[in-house]
Design a protein. Structure first.
Length: 555
């Protein structure tokens, strides 16, 4: 293909490819009979966004990373969705006689001219990366179908007030609506779905980047059928409405397997539903992906390389503790290492690791599983959470008898872990002998790289950050790339306490307090606040996020 040769030369000129690599992939793409940019994208030779930016520049098109919030669904509805999916593009706007279309395949521009139904109109084509284009198409198709379902359902005369009874079938519109809500949450990058019944409405809210956002309000008469459908999908008792229930839904969305953890709880207006989303294809095995600083990485690697002892993670729900634990397990997962876990629930299945899910009805508790683990010749034991004295006792004794134990525990900071173990009845000498260290973590929102705005710190901000010279920091602004929020994704901030001789001496003294340990951590180690401060000064997050943590951590 002539295009392949010309575009390859352009990539070499832009120093995106070396001549040797360019020759190799030009031959591959010609042999496959496909455009070289597709082969480079599939082979992960170049990152998607810069590759498609260069493609747009080369062909003379505008490049745009279009966000879901920019799509006008009413406008898209005017065009056949089967063709939009086939052509991999969507109509974006109509201004005067110019129809703007966003797509990822510039070789389909002529086919989009079919949409110029009225004479005199012109076509403007904008290139967007294929991964985002797939999300946009799935979002648009899903939302349009959802709107159709809601319209049809509101017109329906079907009485659904008893839809949560086992004798009442769940009709097709509700099935489509429930599926579309799950897909919509994934397309928006949500971690949790909240379906909340009230007297005159149903709130549908998604947690995105740690913040709850109201997505839609649904008619209250729809709730019984909606609840029943999710209960059936999660294998819950649809006739039981008086007690909380938990279950799981497994399904594929856009070819990716997901688990949806479903929790219901009775409220005065009905059972509230919360659904947590897990991407089963997500494999976090790279320590650098967690966000540790260089010094913190050295401390962590030193701890998890020890043959025995206990390492505890602490932080609030949703702070990324499970992700950190799974990353440690993947790093330790080798042929000569027997790793066993006991979890509630098993959130991420890992090949080569023996994972056990607790089952209180069968008396399979954390403590019961741990007692059996010690007869299974383990090298590494992971406990989802230390919740009671018995589990803590067995975990610490396992740590001093030749096993590396990883777990989580709820405290406000790393130093508080010692106090919590002592308060659980673990003797001080056992804590001193078994505990290798503790990691406290939080998640802060990352500033959008496209729109963040730089400025110099004020005197008050310098005082807050504890710096003596003016420094450059960044504010959140908002743009289409980040859905006008100013933030895009989250990153971990950590406080790592390694048990050294000084801390052990304080622990064994009569006047031991967690405050004294905290002073050592603050003096010699990076705290959550100091790590967040580093991220503020490096432009990764904002002062707003730092202030939010000050209120939580210091209180």
């Amino acid at each position: 293909m002539i295009f392949n040769r010309l575009f390859t030369n352009y990539l070499v000129e832009q120093q995106a490819l070396s001549p040797e690599l360019a020759t190799e992939w030009l031959e591959r793409s010609d042999a496959a009979g496909s455009p070289i940019y597709l082969e480079l994208f599939r082979g992960e030779i170049l990152e998607e966004e810069p590759l498609y930016r260069m493609l747009a520049d080369f062909l003379g098109y505008e490049y745009r990373f279009c966000q879901l919030s920019e799509i006008n669904l009413e406008f898209v509805k005017q065009y056949p969705r089967d063709l939009l999916i086939q052509y991999q593009g969507v109509p974006f706007s109509l201004q005067g006689d110019v129809l703007t279309v966003i797509g990822c395949n510039p070789f389909r521009v002529e086919e989009f001219r079919e949409f110029l139904t009225h004479g005199g109109k012109k076509l403007k084509f904008i290139i967007s990366p294929p991964t985002q284009m797939a999300r946009i198409l799935d979002y648009a198709n899903n939302k349009i179908q959802q709107d159709i379902v809601l319209t049809d359902y509101s017109k329906s005369n079907t009485d659904i007030t008893e839809a949560s009874n086992t004798s009442t079938p769940i009709d097709a519109p509700i099935i489509k609506l429930c599926d579309s809500i799950l897909r919509d949450a994934i397309n928006r990058g949500a971690s949790d779905i909240h379906v909340e019944p009230f007297d005159k409405t149903i709130y549908l809210r998604f947690r995105i980047d740690g913040k709850l956002n109201k997505i839609e309000e649904l008619a209250p008469h729809m709730f019984p059928a909606l609840l029943a459908r999710y209960k059936i999908m999660a294998d819950l008792n649809i006739a039981e409405r008086r007690v909380p229930q938990d279950g799981k839904i497994s399904m594929e969305v856009n070819g990716i397997p997901y688990d949806f953890r479903v929790s219901t709880i009775p409220t005065i207006h009905g059972e509230k539903i919360v659904i947590r989303i897990y991407n089963r294809q997500f494999h976090s095995g790279d320590m650098s992906s967690l966000g540790f600083s260089e010094k913190q990485t050295e401390l962590v690697m030193s701890m998890i390389s020890r043959p025995h002892g206990i390492i505890l993670l602490t932080g609030p729900t949703g702070s990324g503790k499970s992700t950190t634990l799974y990353t440690f397990l993947r790093h330790l997962n080798k042929e000569d290492t027997n790793i066993m876990t006991v979890e509630d629930p098993v959130e991420n299945e890992i090949e080569g690791i023996n994972q056990v899910q607790v089952n209180p009805k069968a008396q399979l508790t954390f403590a019961a599983a741990l007692r059996s683990f010690l007869r299974q010749d383990p090298n590494v034991i992971m406990i989802g959470e230390i919740r009671d004295e018995e589990t803590a006792q067995i975990a610490t004794r396992a740590a001093i008898t030749g096993h590396l134990v990883l777990s989580s525990i709820h405290t406000n900071d790393a130093a508080g872990v010692i106090t919590r173990l002592v308060n659980m009845g673990i003797p001080k000498y056992l804590v001193a002998d078994s505990l290798l260290g503790a990691i406290s973590q939080r998640l802060v929102r990352k500033l959008c790289p496209k729109c963040k705005s730089a400025r110099m710190t004020t005197k008050a901000e310098m005082e807050m950050l504890g710096i003596h010279k003016k420094a450059e920091i960044f504010d959140a602004v908002g743009c289409p790339y980040c859905n006008q929020t100013g933030y895009l994704g989250r990153i971990g901030v950590f406080e790592i306490m390694v048990l050294n001789d000084e801390i052990r001496n304080i622990l064994m003294s009569d006047d031991f307090t967690s405050e004294k340990v905290g002073e050592i951590v603050e003096r010699d180690m990076t705290t959550v606040l100091s790590h967040t401060k580093e991220r503020v000064l490096s432009g990764e997050t904002s002062l707003e996020e730092y202030e939010g943590l000050v209120d939580i951590v210091v209180s």
